[in-house]
Design a protein around this ligand. Structure first.
Ligand code: NAD
Length: 525
């Protein structure tokens, strides 16, 4: 039996191993999920929410221990695990506890006059078994929020957490168990890419994937074979635009946190900064001093995944070879661990990997600009479109710039924070992904919509049914003219005919269609 190893990246220690799910175990889990689904979907929403409430209370009760376990498995600072993992998940559950009934309620919509007397509404139904595949950088939040959203919407869930942080997978499994979810409703499949591919091949009714662009493409290709719908939450290369009138202290502090929190391994990290030329030198000076003052292990955690550190070094090498200057950092720290010194880079341009590809490490490249148009063009010159930020004291100008950025999220004098507001949809554009979650759409993405049109069934026929008659055609002409034309006029006879047809009254002198002209007059030809 294969196993996945859990390291403590901050110390290099092996913490333990977790057995990988075999193909038979994946199939058996799918069978259990399929059996659990009809019972779970039939469980009234308030009862489903009661399980989620229990989970939330467990998170609150065990917050410190959970944060410690996540910190040990990822190398992140415990406070970051507490705020960006435990707190946001508790907030997401609490948000849906308060709003899920409204979001999933039958939604009444208007009905056109042609169908007078009918009622129309949209009903949200669960999809079935949802597969959630999640990454290692926020291994708790990025698994838990899609899982709880899918569960609330009435689906059974199979979760495949990242093999880089398997102890976070076992932690989540334990929490679901302690919350008392019924057998088969939520199951965790531990393991790496083969287990992920096995989950896709087991044909869930939806796949919700968070991870790299390369894996996202593989998953959507495999899912296409069976027309399985897929949501993809992928990488980013988020730009930060700092105008000369920005509050410099706030912009500097925002850049430092946005680039170095979670050791830069945030899909919405600040990955490139554009600063208006009059304040460029001062901004670089202050950011460099700030980066130097950050303490490894206290402010900046270790990186999590060894190949990621190698990628950061490769991006830096490429940038320096092409003329970039390292203002501070640039090297790994503490041998045997994955700590990397916060790094500030100048003299960069868009020919460098560090300005084009996702770096996903504690590196902050800075480039000056002269005009807002140039800054917007530079920000949009990317394959990615996850988040962006604009910094200025002129809020109207900031909003105008925000509207020109091709990005799923924009922060103004803020950074990363859109993802932490459960009311806002979260998702990327361009190579950053397909689909979104959080907010009302976070439940709708795990539902299919059924459009229902209801008639009381008292009329013998509808206006558009057989047999086709001249009066019916005349009624269509009247509707088209009245509702969609510029001259909204009709004769009294036209209106009477229209009302009669819509109410389903049989006309006494029904004639076959084609024998009457658009105004009810006889054709002369
Ligand atoms: P990854 O793509 O390497 O792995 C993600 C998950 O996919 C893991 O669970 C992995 O085991 C699984 N997987 C790998 N190959 C698979 C296959 N062929 N079929 C099915 N599953 C497979 O990503 P990662 O390195 O864990 O995460 C980092 C990436 O995630 C970064 O690019 C980052 O930007 C992105 N990310 C995006 C968001 C977002 O919300 N947009 C959030 C966090 C991270």
């Amino acid at each position: 039996m294969s196993e996945v190893i859990q390291y403590n990246p901050a110390t290099g220690d092996v913490l333990g191993t977790v057995p990988e799910a075999s193909p038979d175990q994946i199939r058996a889990a799918m069978t259990r999920a399929r059996a659990a689904f009809p019972i779970w979907r039939a469980t009234p929403l308030p009862e489903r929410l009661a399980f989620l409430r229990k989970l939330r209370l467990l998170l609150v009760e065990q917050a410190h221990g959970i944060a410690e376990e996540i910190a040990a498995a990822t190398g992140k600072i415990r406070g970051e695990a507490l705020s960006a993992e435990v707190l946001v998940v508790a907030d997401a559950i609490h948000y849906y506890e308060r709003h899920a009934e409204t979001f999933l309620a039958r939604q009444r919509v208007a009905t056109p006059i042609l169908f007078f007397g009918n009622r129309s509404y949209i009903q949200y139904q669960p999809l079935g078994v949802v597969g959630v595949i999640s990454p290692w950088n926020f291994p708790f939040q990025l698994a838990m929020i899609p899982v709880i959203s899918a569960l609330i919407a009435g689906n059974a869930v199979l979760l495949k957490p990242s093999e880089v942080t398997p102890f976070v997978g076992t932690l989540m499994e334990r929490l679901f168990k302690e919350s008392g979810f019924p057998e088969g409703v939520v199951q965790v499949l531990h393991g790496g890419r083969d287990v992920g591919a096995g989950l896709t091949a087991a044909r869930p009714d939806k796949i919700f994937f968070t991870g790299s662009v390369a894996t996202g493409k593989k998953i959507i290709a495999a899912a296409a074979e069976h027309l399985i719908p897929v949501d993809l939450e992928l990488g980013g290369k988020d730009p930060m635009i700092v105008l000369a009138d920005a509050d410099l202290d706030r912009a500097v502090n925002g850049a430092l946190w946005g680039a170095f929190t979670n050791a830069g391994q945030v899909c919405m990290s600040v990955e490139r900064v554009y600063v208006e030329r009059p304040i460029y030198d001062e901004f670089v000076r202050r950011v460099t001093a700030g980066a130097r003052s950050l303490r490894l292990g206290e402010d900046v955690g270790s990186m999590t995944f060894p190949p990621q550190l190698a990628l950061v070094e490769e991006h830096l090498r490429d940038a320096v070879e092409k003329g970039a200057r390292i203002e501070c950092g640039g090297t790994a720290a503490k041998a045997g661990t994955l700590y990397f010194h916060p790094t500030v880079l100048t003299g960069v341009d868009h020919s460098m990997k560090i300005m084009r590809d996702e770096t996903f490490g504690p590196v902050l490249p800075i480039l000056p600009f002269d005009t807002v148009e140039e800054a917007v063009a530079l920000a949009n010159d990317s394959e990615f479109g996850l988040n962006a930020s604009v910094w200025t004291s002129d809020l109207a100008k900031a909003e105008r710039i925000a509207a020109q950025l091709v990005s799923g999220n924009v922060c103004i004098n803020e950074v990363i924070s859109t993802v932490a507001n459960p009311h806002l949809p979260f998702g990327g554009v361009k190579q950053s992904g397909i689909g979104s979650y959080h907010g009302p759409g976070g439940l709708h993405t795990f539902s299919h919509r059924t459009s229902v049109m209801l008639n009381k069934g008292k009329k013998k026929r509808e206006v558009n049914w057989f047999p086709y008659t001249a009066e019916q055609e005349r009624a269509f002409h009247t509707i088209i003219r009245l509702l969609f034309g510029t001259s909204r006029r009709a004769t009294l006879a036209d209106i009477r005919n229209l009302i009669g047809q819509v109410l389903g009254k049989d006309s006494k002198d029904s004639r076959p269609a084609g024998q009457a002209g658009p105004n009810g007059k006889e054709h002369t030809s």
